[in-house]
Write a protein that binds this ligand. Structure first.
Ligand code: ADP
Ligand code: MG
Length: 221
């Protein structure tokens, strides 16, 4: 479940405030967050992930009021309850695939669960890549590793930022299937931010929200 009320954020340096329409996404639903480049999709995801704190507004994610947490508590909460598939995957080339996944447990303060790791890799068909480093993987393989990392702790919410952007039709369809299957396994709410029309065609059952920035209430008054 994700609920936003009066959410607004301004990047530092005098950029205009981005004001987001209120949204309520039921637990287990899939939402496509649509909108042109620059419309605020990635910013919205970063707020819901607790990576940035909103300037104004209230944000409840999987039952947690994010505004009630300190930045350190937000980091812990994110590590434990939220799976994020960023557009740039942020895998460490210094570590093997296995150790990239191991970092998830480290960040969440949990003991490494090697059988859960094997299961996540297996379900994505990449179990034989465990010993490789991310720079030795194709784009699609690296994305699967990042997805395995995102869903390792069975998060309540999975956020994916433009997951099909650099993929051909077949890989894009496969990536969307894997994302949906992973979300279903966890019972997670899934949000896919995209300006790729193929995504809407591939997921006819998904809720769709076209991100349209609201006029700032400050300007309206
Ligand atoms: P989208 O993901 O839909 O392409 P973004 O959320 O990345 O949109 O961007 C929304 C707006 O915020 C754009 O005008 C963009 O230029 C601006 N923006 C994004 N990231 C930053 C940043 N780190 N610093 C300043 N402005 C930013
Ligand atoms: Mg973006």
């Amino acid at each position: 479940m994700i609920e936003t009320q009066g959410l607004a954020f301004a990047y530092p340096g005098g950029a205009p405030e981005l004001c987001f329409a209120d949204l309520s996404v039921p637990q287990g639903a899939t939402l496509l967050l649509r909108g042109n480049s620059g419309s605020g999709k990635s910013t919205w995801l970063s707020l819901v992930a607790g990576l940035r704190a909103p300037g104004r507004g209230k944000l409840t994610v999987a039952g947690q009021d994010l505004g009630a947490l300190t930045p350190a508590q937000r980091d812990g909460w994110r590590a434990r309850h939220l799976g994020f598939l960023p557009q740039r995957l942020h895998l460490s080339d210094a570590l093997t695939v296995r150790d990239n996944l191991g970092l998830v447990y480290f960040a969440a303060g949990l003991a490494v669960d090697t059988s859960a790791m094997a299961g996540a890799l297996d379900s994505l068909g990449i179990q034989d890549l465990q010993g490789r480093r991310p720079q030795e993987l194709s784009g699609g393989q690296a994305q699967r590793v990042a997805l395995a990392r995102a869903v390792l702790l069975a998060p309540r919410v999975i956020l994916a930022d433009e997951p099909t952007a650099s993929l051909d039709d077949q890989s894009a369809a496969a990536a969307l299937d894997l994302l949906q299957a992973a979300a279903r396994r966890c019972g997670a709410t899934l949000v896919i931010a995209t300006h790729d029309r193929r995504v809407e065609e591939a997921l006819p059952g998904a809720l769709v929200h076209k991100i349209g920035l609201q006029p700032s209430p400050m300007l309206r008054e």
